[in-house]
Design a protein around this ligand. Structure first.
Ligand SMILES: [Zn+2]
Ligand SMILES: [Zn+2]
Length: 249
């Protein structure tokens, strides 16, 4: 099967050129070598970031490898890995995927993740990987969950099982932009829950949450809170794009 997959992928590359998700030039892959190289050179992996929330650190925070915000108010999640800044080269691709519903961009974004992050995250061990869910209403309107469409295509340690349906989301209109961080934490409480079928499965387990964009961290914090309240032992965030600075903290 693996051989057949590789054969068809190679055949597709030969006869069906793709537009690069960053520079939009037609070539063989969903993201071109030049764009991958510049993304790799400028990704957040090259910067000192808070191990817990993934934000870039200032010089006073370097010794602890943790930002001031996480030191004062530790979030429920334990570790965060972010590929790139929200303001970086992949922002256009995320917008195309989410707002123009161009599903092909999920391939390119996963491709970028696999090229740049695969070695770094190869040895990250966990039991399960869960995408941040959309509500049923949002899912019907968009047609797909962008976090899952990327997460399902990323390479991770084979011992990590991907579970797209374990986390659920009520349809509350949660406004991401504006407001103080405390207000956003309050606004998102009760939005997520674990599907009854998965509650026993996730207890005492190490879990990775995959999100396309992390802004204030309120969403991921609430998900980690629910998971830990239900017995999860460790929560790691894998995030494609991180805003450079948590606004209004
Ligand atoms: Zn390109
Ligand atoms: Zn932090």
């Amino acid at each position: 099967m693996r051989f057949l997959d590789q054969f068809f992928q190679s055949l597709r590359r030969q006869i069906l050129p793709s537009a690069c998700i960053v520079c939009e030039r037609f070539q063989q892959d969903s993201i071109c070598t030049d764009c991958l190289q510049s993304l790799d050179a400028d990704s957040l992996l090259n910067y000192e970031c808070c191990y817990q929330c993934g934000i870039t650190l200032n010089t006073l925070e370097l010794a602890k490898q943790r930002c001031k915000q996480c030191s004062i108010h530790p979030p429920y999640f334990d570790v965060t890995y972010c590929l790139d800044r929200y303001e970086g080269a992949l922002q256009h691709a995320i917008h195309q995927l989410k707002y123009q519903k161009r599903l092909a961009y999920a391939h390119g974004l996963a491709n970028a993740w696999n090229h740049i992050f695969s070695i770094q995250l190869k040895n990250v061990l966990a039991n399960y990987l869960l995408p941040v869910p959309l509500s049923t209403q949002k899912l019907s309107a968009r047609g797909f969950n962008q976090s899952w469409e990327i997460a399902r295509r990323i390479t991770c340690n084979p011992s990590i099982q991907k579970l797209p349906w374990a986390l659920k989301r009520h349809h509350h209109e949660f406004q991401q932009v504006g407001g103080r961080l405390a207000a956003r934490h309050l606004a998102i409480q009760g939005v997520f829950y674990i599907d009854d079928h998965f509650i026993d499965l996730l207890g005492d387990q190490s879990i990775i949450i995959f999100d396309d964009v992390m802004t204030s961290g309120a969403t991921l914090n609430e998900i980690a809170r629910i998971l830990k309240d239900n017995g999860a032992s460790h929560v790691t965030n894998w995030v494609l794009l991180r805003t450079a600075k948590a606004p209004h903290v």
